[in-house]
Design a protein around this ligand. Structure first.
Ligand SMILES: [Zn+2]
Ligand SMILES: [Zn+2]
Length: 404
């Protein structure tokens, strides 16, 4: 009788040791050539080449996005997805460390696929390349097209100033707005003008007053990109962007109705016209507790010293939220800097290209691969993950209605 060895950790460790140099090189290359939303051609190409070298079948482009990819290895059976991000921030390069997420998830996939091959356990690994996390939300069309429907667990880690197994994230809507009025001589004929800057001031004050009535954790914030052209011209056009955020999709929808009303009222009050575009919306993040428990064990065993998560402490938003409604998902954070240095800063960008950052990449990948191995190798874990997901409240369609 042949005994199947379900402890894959040693072979995962060996595979990562072998691939570590390549993974660091790819992560550094992506960092040194930052590409923003849907422009990540070079970065996606590097990851696809890497995965092909390690025996993955790679589909370049997916769900109408040229910079998405789906790489698969292994046989039919329990399936683990490792999700890559690789987009940079506008004007700030890889200050969110997505170069480490890209190479980290690819590394986890390479290691688990190698370990499964060695063990004869069966099972499949999917490495999914998801563009535009910082705005655009590549995971949303991928989820919509069923890329994660056959997945038992989706795993991805985010670099951070702390190591925690469970990350919280707010549901979020990204808005573009513009007011159009009429230009006039600001001294000679002010009565002939329709002031688009006044319209924005109305809207901004409306948001500022509204903020005090919002539920805990809700956020509304934005910026002006066009505010007028000269002091002696009544501003004809103003435009900018806003984000509304809430702890769940249902409350976000409620907020969004009021947000639209505030902007519409400002246009009405000033006689201007409003264009208000809802660019994209992300769901809140629902972490799978069983995956979190397994991952905590591995983060600790690898010396990453995981801390308990304080719910809703210092949260942003991510399209991993949408993923967490499509299949059981875990999105731990792994420290690459000392506590207190937040992402989206110059310091964090340097950390994403440092020896400590690259070490976190390898160990984060190892923790994810081991967590994936637990799901493939243990039917009881797999069932527990599935049960926890089935009990998770809410589906995207329940609050987005027919717009899904
Ligand atoms: Zn970010
Ligand atoms: Zn990020």
């Amino acid at each position: 009788m042949t005994l199947v060895d379900t402890s894959l950790s040693p072979s995962i460790g060996r595979a990562l040791e072998l691939a570590a140099g390549e993974l660091r090189e790819v992560a550094a290359d992506i960092h040194h050539h930052p590409e923003t939303a849907f422009e990540e051609h070079r970065s996606a190409g590097l990851l696809c080449d890497l995965l092909e070298r390690h025996g993955f079948q790679v589909q370049r482009g997916a769900s109408g996005m040229e910079t998405a990819f789906i790489a698969t290895a292994g046989e039919a059976g329990p399936t683990i997805a490792f999700v890559c991000e690789y987009d940079a921030l506008r004007g700030l390069g890889h200050a969110c460390g997505h170069n480490l997420i890209g190479a980290g998830s690819a590394g986890a996939g390479i290691a688990l696929a190698a370990a499964l091959r060695e063990s004869g356990l069966g099972g499949r690994v999917k490495v999914v390349g998801s563009p535009a996390e910082e705005g655009g939300g590549g995971k949303i069309p991928l989820c919509h097209d069923g890329v994660f429907d056959d997945v038992d667990a989706a795993l991805i880690f985010h670099p951070s100033d702390r190591t925690i197994p469970v990350m919280y994230a707010l549901a979020c809507t990204h808005w573009r707005w513009a007011f159009t009025g009429r230009a006039a001589h600001a001294a000679a004929d002010p009565d002939q003008g329709l002031n688009a800057l006044d319209a924005f001031v109305h809207a901004y004050n409306g948001v500022a007053l509204w903020r005090q009535q919002l539920k805990d954790g809700a956020r509304v914030h934005g910026c002006v990109l066009e505010g007028g052209t000269a002091p002696n011209i009544i501003p004809e056009r103003t435009s900018g962007e806003f984000l509304t955020r809430a702890r769940d999709g249902a409350y976000l929808q409620e907020m969004n109705r009021r947000f639209r009303a505030i902007f519409a009222a400002a246009a009405e009050a000033t006689g201007t016209t409003l264009e208000l575009e809802e660019r994209d919306s992300y769901l809140d993040l629902r972490s799978n507790p069983v995956l979190a428990e397994r991952c905590t064990v591995h983060l600790a065993a690898l010396g990453l010293d995981p801390q308990p998560t304080i719910p809703w402490d210092r949260v942003g938003s991510t399209d991993v939220g949408d993923l967490s409604y499509a299949c059981p998902t875990l999105h731990p954070e792994v420290a690459i800097v000392d506590e207190g240095v937040s992402c989206h800063t110059h310091e964090f960008r340097h950390a994403a290209d440092s020896a400590r950052g690259y070490d976190a990449l390898i160990r984060g990948a190892e923790a994810l691969a081991r967590t994936g191995a637990d799901v493939v190798g243990d039917a009881a874990v797999r069932q527990a993950v599935r049960s926890a997901f089935a009990m998770q409240p809410g589906r995207r369609s329940e609050w987005r209605g027919s717009t899904v």
